[in-house]
Design a binder for this molecule. Structure first.
Ligand SMILES: Nc1ncnc2c1ncn2[C@@H]1O[C@H](COP(=O)(O)OP(=O)(O)O)[C@@H](O)[C@H]1O
Ligand SMILES: [Mg+2]
Length: 289
């Protein structure tokens, strides 16, 4: 029996869930959904597939302990990859490894850094601020005037509670759009375009789109760097990774940059690609025998 880790209540519906359950059942794989923080479950035995554990960002320490527990059984993705990916400081590690990422400054929780100073040092005026541990656009804001009293107050309040990322606002999210490249068991399957989404907005995604050549190159570099650096440099084999999503945008000069590398609980937009669903179920079934 495969356990699929979710959360209760789900902050938003998961369109992948029923598709995956039905396709697994059709393949003869018995699976059931369990909230990751359900303490009645024997997580250390059997197999666990992480999917919609979207509330972990509010319970990070507990989630990391849960990963340790579930990793005593079979767990996808592998624990070393998960631990590296829950805090978006991984963007800085990817940048250090030579991957093109959205320019990012990290401000540590409780530090007294001011938004105008941080933005001035980076020469940014129109910025996005977001918690380093975040999902679903939680507390993510575009601040077009970094020195306004409202912007400063909002940032100060957030920095008192969270490690924060500051990035330039990438205008390309409005035109070409942010593209999510879905990767399953060794190959990219499809991309979708996501509309811009800040705190309180609803996510709208396109049908499956072809993957642009330059987007694929950057996404492959991001995945390779994340795998090579996992576990403090010990590395994780590509074959141990089951799923991934690389979200990319374009900077002011049109170059592809990584917005986010999702290795914990990405939506895989399976509705948009029956082939991706098929590939996912085949990969899961193969790992369970
Ligand atoms: N630097 C940025 N420029 C433009 N839009 C951004 C930027 N950072 C985030 N956004 C918008 O906010 C959304 C959420 O940010 P993201 O980094 O993907 O975090 P998460 O999806 O984990 O909440 C993005 O999908 C995008 O619409
Ligand atoms: Mg995102």
């Amino acid at each position: 029996m495969l356990r699929i880790a979710t959360c209760r209540p789900l902050p938003e519906p998961d369109p992948d869930e029923n598709l995956l359950l039905a396709a697994l059942a059709a393949r003869g794989v018995a699976a059931r959904m369990v909230a990751w923080d359900d303490t009645n479950e024997s997580w250390e035995t059997g197999a666990t597939l992480i999917r919609s554990t979207w509330d972990y960002v509010h319970h990070l320490d507990q989630f990391l302990r849960w990963i340790d527990r579930a990793a005593r059984g079979l767990l996808w993705n592998p624990a070393a990859v998960l631990r590296d990916n829950v805090h978006k400081s991984y963007l800085l590690r990817l940048a250090a490894a030579g991957v093109a990422v959205t320019p990012t400054v990290l401000a540590t929780r409780g530090s007294q850094q001011s938004l105008p100073d941080l933005a001035a040092a980076a020469r940014w005026h129109d910025v996005v601020v977001k918690p380093a541990v975040g999902a679903g656009s939680f507390a993510t804001h575009r601040l077009q005037d970094v020195s306004s009293a409202d912007s400063r107050r909002l940032f100060d309040e957030l920095l008192a509670q969270y490690d924060m990322l500051i990035q330039p606002y990438l205008e390309s999210v409005e035109g070409h759009g942010e593209r999510a490249l879905v990767w399953i068991d060794g190959a990219f399957t499809h991309a979708v375009r996501k509309t811009p989404r800040f705190a309180a907005d609803v996510e709208v995604v396109s049908e499956a789109l072809p993957i642009a050549a330059d987007e694929r190159v950057v996404a492959e570099q991001a995945l390779a760097a994340a795998l090579a650096g996992a576990g403090g440099g010990a590395g994780v084999d590509t074959h141990d990774l089951l799923y991934a999503r690389v979200d990319v945008a374009r900077d002011a000069r049109g170059r592809v940059v990584v917005m986010e590398l999702e290795l914990v609980e990405p939506s895989l937009f399976l509705l948009q690609s029956p082939l991706a669903l098929e590939r996912f179920v085949t990969a899961i079934a193969a790992r369970l025998v």
